[in-house]
Design a protein around this ligand. Sequence first.
Ligand SMILES: [Zn+2]
Length: 120
Amino acid sequence: MVPENEPVAACLGVLDEIIRASSDVTALADLVTPGFDIAGLEWLHSDPATLQSVSWVENQLVIAFKYSSTDYPFRCTFASDELGRWRLTSFEYGCPACFGDGLLNDSTCSICNGTGYDAN
Ligand SMILES: [Zn+2]
């Protein structure tokens, strides 16, 4: 991935560290916010990925990206802790019907109710 700026680069680095930590719960605990549900993190992998969007929501950095091997995007939200370290606060995978758009044929996607993410 090509980072757009320093916070984005730092957050993408956190994702890389999460991938390296794999199922090491102790290592993962330092990379996510307290109470984070690590289920789903196995979807992260080290394939080449491209950024889809970067935005800020209430001091949290929201990064959507897509792996070259899948059609649907992933969306990760990061928060900076008191020491300035970025931690993952949420991990969502894109809706397999609308691929993160929230729309199907110009109507609200009925699979994800228009959110574009976390359909199941
Ligand atoms: Zn959808």
